[in-house]
Design a protein around this ligand. Structure first.
Ligand code: HEC
Length: 258
């Protein structure tokens, strides 16, 4: 009959079932506390190791903060929504390792605030992009993706070639990151400007060699600095090492970098 609803006789019920129904389920407050405790155990098992483990032996020296110019590029990456089509996480699976290189480690995201893992891949993963193409390739690709990658569905971002970065904005970003614990030598605008300029001019010189005329303060220069840097800290650690076995994937000898 309607015994399931009103607590009538449950002839086939086990002792545990009776306890669960009478003691736990019939007392809303107690049941809420009990479920919270049960769920917390699952959460703690996931969370505690993240705070107590060292993230990997390499972490202390291997990961360097983004330079001011790279932060500028990263801010543009976020503004333009590049993460809507590109992930920055190589998953520990054989096909991914063969295509992109080493699978991504947690410590590589140490200074990624907010991280750019992405959740969608209309384009390739970019976590190990740094050094894959020359600067001029990125310049042309951003101007018109079809010029370097025939048939590409990536939109053109040609305004990056004209728009300029404002060191005051980047100083604000650097200050915010410093507040979150990223170790920067200085957070003065004069330092930020000088850092951006010297790194930017090196890229401009690189581009000049291929006949491209531009100035260090263009957004495209910041974007190139950022893209060329992606994954390079991790790559430096993994270079020369055997590809570490990924969980669930065979150690791929052919899965090295580049
Ligand atoms: C609509 C989806 C889409 C968006 C948005 C998008 N891309 Fe792409 N991207 C692609 C596709 C598809 C490819 C592969 C074809 C090609 O090389 O253009 C690609 C390729 C790339 C590559 C070359 C990767 C490689 O390993 O060959 C880079 C670098 C890149 N995109 C950067 C960016 C940046 C930076 C932005 C934001 C300013 C961006 N993309 C926005 C779809 C997108």
């Amino acid at each position: 009959m309607a015994d399931n609803q009103n607590g009538g006789a449950h002839e086939s019920e086990t002792a545990y079932g009776r306890f669960h129904r009478r003691v736990l389920e019939s007392r809303a407050a107690l049941f809420a506390v009990a479920t919270t405790v049960a769920i917390s155990i699952g959460g703690l098992v996931e969370i505690i190791p993240m705070f107590t483990s060292s993230m990997g032996p390499e972490v202390s020296d291997a990961v360097t903060p983004y330079t001011p110019l790279e932060v500028a590029g990263r801010d543009i990456y976020i503004r333009e929504g590049c993460y809507l089509c590109h992930s920055q996480m190589v998953r520990p699976m054989r096909a991914e390792i063969l295509r992109y290189g080493e699978w991504s480690r947690a410590w590589e995201y140490r200074y990624d605030r907010p991280f750019q893992l992405g959740s969608r891949r209309l384009g390739p993963d970019l976590h190990r992009l740094g050094g894959k193409y020359p600067d001029a390739w990125h310049y042309e690709h951003m101007r018109d993706p079809r010029s370097t990658s025939p048939g590409s569905v990536m939109p053109a971002y040609s305004w990056l070639l004209d728009w300029t970065v404002d060191p005051a904005d980047i100083t604000a970003s650097i200050r915010a990151l410093a507040k979150l614990g990223t170790p920067y030598e200085s957070t003065e605008e004069s330092w930020v400007l000088q850092q951006m300029q010297s790194q930017g001019e090196a890229i401009v010189t690189n581009l000049e060699a291929t006949g491209i005329e531009t100035t260090w303060d263009r957004e495209i220069i910041a974007m190139i600095a950022y893209l060329q840097r992606l994954g390079t800290d991790g790559n430096a650690v993994f270079r020369g090492q055997e590809t570490a076995a990924a969980p669930g994937a065979p150690a791929a000898g052919a899965g090295g970098q580049q």
